[in-house]
Design a protein around this ligand. Structure first.
Ligand SMILES: [Zn+2]
Length: 244
């Protein structure tokens, strides 16, 4: 279940399934990623508050340069630059990892047995490339994670209510799963897809059982989160943050 919490009086969203992992999804008021000049001061302030809250040095609050790939990497102490990376696995306690979103689907993956975690960025391209599954597969290969023991939280994203796509995108997405029921709707001749549930289905099909899906749509709940579609290609982002 998703619920609201606060960091220094500013709203964040958390999943009760990820108990044991330091994690949260930022909202408009706890924003830590932007290119808009008007938001730079608040981002700076929020980053300071979040690093204090997580008890880390600000240079260790890191994010990969997301480019809608399905490339997954492992965070390394002292390395802050992860080009063309849309899934990042965290295995150390010094760093905190965050990925940034405005409509695309955030997926946090937690392996409490091995004490490692990851965040993936699944827009339609990432979802078509099965970025969340690729992240889990890397955790399995490199660290012996067992999909049945993983806990995943799928964060706020543009939802079935608002996400209309072309036929080509729809087909690429449906190709990624065996069972396609409940993943799309046709309304007035337009195709609407449910990226959150497609990611959930992909994870279920490789054996993940515990998956918490955030009910919030970034378009319908634009007062809380950022939406690339609704806000004319805004560069403001909400973030999915993890720290071991
Ligand atoms: Zn919506």
């Amino acid at each position: 279940m998703f619920y609201f919490d606060e960091i220094n009086g500013k709203k964040v969203v958390k999943s009760s399934l990820l108990e044991g992992l330091n994690h949260f999804f930022t909202t408009r008021e706890s924003i830590i990623k932007t290119k808009e000049p008007d938001f730079k001061a608040i981002v700076c302030e929020n980053k300071k508050d979040i690093c204090k809250f997580l008890n880390i040095d600000e240079k260790n609050l890191i994010y990969p340069s997301q480019t809608h790939t399905s490339n997954v990497d492992i965070a390394k102490i002292g390395i802050n630059n992860y080009p063309d990376t849309d899934g990042l696995i965290l295995t150390n306690k010094e760093q905190a990892v965050f990925l940034n979103f405005a409509d695309c689907t955030p997926v946090i993956i937690y392996d409490s047995s091995n004490n490692i975690a990851a965040v993936s960025h699944a827009g339609w391209r990432g979802t078509a490339g099965k970025i969340a599954v690729k992240t889990v597969e890397k955790m399995m290969k490199e660290f012996g994670s067992n999909p049945k023991e993983l806990k995943c939280a799928i964060g706020p994203a543009i939802s079935l209510c608002c996400y209309n796509v072309g036929k080509d995108v729809y087909e690429k997405l449906m190709d990624t799963v065996k069972l396609q029921d409940g993943l799309f709707e046709i309304r007035k001749g337009e195709i609407f897809v449910d990226l959150k549930t497609i990611n959930k289905r992909q994870l279920e099909e490789i054996g993940v059982k515990d998956i918490d899906v955030c009910p919030y749509c970034t378009v319908c709940n634009n007062d809380l989160f950022f939406s690339y579609r609704k806000e004319n290609a805004t560069t403001n982002r909400h973030s999915a943050v993890i720290k071991l």
